[in-house]
Design a protein around this ligand. Structure first.
Ligand SMILES: [Zn+2]
Length: 486
């Protein structure tokens, strides 16, 4: 196992990365890596600060003749995701990462490597340490605890950063420039009810929707996949239109950021309506399969007869619930005009679950345009409030709307093409990045996110491509040399 990372180029980057691997730094245990950064800044005589959220700021003045350039902030996060193989004996709080060279890649022995975002931290340190580099006013921002909730970015203080441009070094494909991300918001909805005894001749069924593809509600929402909750309640609404169907319980979806793949409800129909209900479920399945042809390939919708429940939801509750779920916006709401193919605003009707006295519903809203996210929250709230539910909005964070006229984007496009003879791809993500939150604290900050190629981050297979680190770092230095003028 070749563990000599310090022999790799660029030497300054790998020197710091090798040191970072020796310093345990899982999320929330970042004091040691912060101390490493502070000691380094002191040795170089660079001004530095730590704020209450444990973010580290390091400042370096422009080199002579470069004072007229816009200030640039290099930003990376200090924590890493601690994941290991089951058979690996390892303590992330105390053990150094066993990083080694494996052909074209650097990886770790049985654990995450922490190239996300250790390479970003190392690159920022290397750039500030490089005596030969010509640059304008330069800063480094090392944010705390990104991986478990972006604590550092949320706790960032105004007035600490002086530059107008921020380069986030936390992307994972060399040759891609990220220029936008989505903000998020949770809508938590509650219906309260008192179960009622079931009287009369009824048959009960467990109705199941399953086999859907699901996916991450930021990354796959644009694929127009079926939402199990929406499909289930569409069936229930259709049946209540033709005869009386009542709901005893419901359990649909799972995590709020996952497109729901399965949903179930226990419902009752009159004995006399059994055969029509069973036939309707079968024909409904055919309709849904047809509608999602080419998107979903394993949709299953079926009803199994079960023992009659003793109690059910009051008629008004299930009536309101069914109509509110059917009326609730879901999926892509708007595509970006700034960037083709980018979802701008979406919502995921993630969870619907009852427990005998409350029904809880969760929607996760995303948008790169904060005001649009607010409007969507208003629409969802309106639907459920009309239905008599309580709506609580929480966990709001800002998005980052792509600015295709950005000065640093133009500098970087030209710089990349000059270095590598081709254009980098310019892209955005419909999920949260630190840039969204930082941009909300520093309005007008001109931002780009980029990085070397890292495969399988957050898993024990994490690896970083050696050649891409050199390309990424050369590109970074070239960008600093060519920083836009004030
Ligand atoms: Zn990261």
């Amino acid at each position: 196992m070749d563990k000599n990372l310090k022999a790799l180029k660029p030497a300054l980057v790998w020197k710091h990365f090798a040191e970072i691997c020796n310093i345990p730094h899982p999320s929330h245990s970042e004091d040691a890596i912060r101390a490493y950064i502070v000691k380094w800044a002191e040795e170089l005589g660079l001004e530095h600060k730590i704020d209450e959220a444990q973010n580290v700021y390091v400042y370096k003045p422009a080199t002579p003749g470069m004072e007229d350039r816009k200030g640039i902030i290099l930003q990376a996060h200090t924590d890493m995701v601690p994941q290991k193989n089951n058979d690996k004996v390892f303590d992330f709080e105390t053990d150094p990462i066993e990083a080694y060279i494996d052909g074209e890649w650097v990886t770790a022995n049985g654990t995450t490597l922490g190239a996300d975002n250790g390479i970003g931290v190392a690159a920022a340190m290397a750039a500030l340490e490089d005596d030969e580099l010509v640059h304008g006013p330069l800063e480094a921002l090392f944010t705390a605890t990104e991986e478990t909730g972006m604590d550092g970015a949320f706790g960032l203080q105004g007035g600490m950063l002086k530059g107008e441009i921020l380069l986030n070094l936390d992307s994972e494909t060399e040759g891609e420039l990220y220029v936008g991300c989505a903000g998020g918001l949770d809508a938590n909805i509650t219906f309260k009810y008192k179960e009622q005894p079931l009287e009369g001749k009824f048959a009960a069924y467990r109705v199941t929707v399953k086999g859907l593809k699901g996916g991450h509600s930021g990354i796959q929402i644009g694929y127009q996949r079926a939402n199990a909750n929406k499909v289930l309640f569409r069936l229930l609404r259709q049946e209540t239109e033709s005869y009386g169907l009542e709901v005893a319980e419901v359990d649909g979806g799972g995590l709020r950021n996952a497109i729901p793949r399965e949903a179930q409800a226990v419902i009752v129909v009159r004995e006399a309506e059994k055969s029509i209900f069973e036939a309707n479920v079968k024909s409904f399945e055919k309709v849904i399969i047809k509608e999602f042809e080419g998107i979903e390939d394993n949709i299953q919708i079926f009803a199994e007869e079960v023992a009659c429940p003793e109690k059910i939801m009051p008629h008004l509750t299930s009536h309101s619930l069914i109509r509110a779920i059917c009326g609730c916006p879901n999926g892509v709401q708007r595509m970006s005009m700034a960037m083709e193919g980018l979802v701008q605003t979406s919502t995921n009707l993630a969870r619907v679950v009852s427990d005998g006295s409350t029904i809880k519903i969760q929607c996760l809203l995303r948008s790169s345009v904060d005001t649009e996210k607010g409007e969507l929250a208003g629409a969802i709230s309106s639907v459920f409030e009309l239905a008599g539910a309580d709506v609580e909005l929480s966990g709001s964070y800002s998005g980052w709307n792509p600015n295709m006229q950005s000065p640093i984007l133009h500098t970087m496009l030209a710089s990349y093409e000059k270095l590598y003879g081709k254009k980098p791809s310019v892209t955005a993500i419909h999920a949260g990045l630190e840039c969204g939150i930082i941009g909300a604290k520093y309005p007008g900050m001109d931002m780009i996110s980029f990085g070397p190629t890292i495969c399988y981050p957050h898993s024990p297979d994490e690896k970083v491509e050696i050649a891409s680190v050199e390309k990424f770092y050369d590109f970074l230095l070239n960008t600093l040399r060519n920083a836009p003028k004030k």
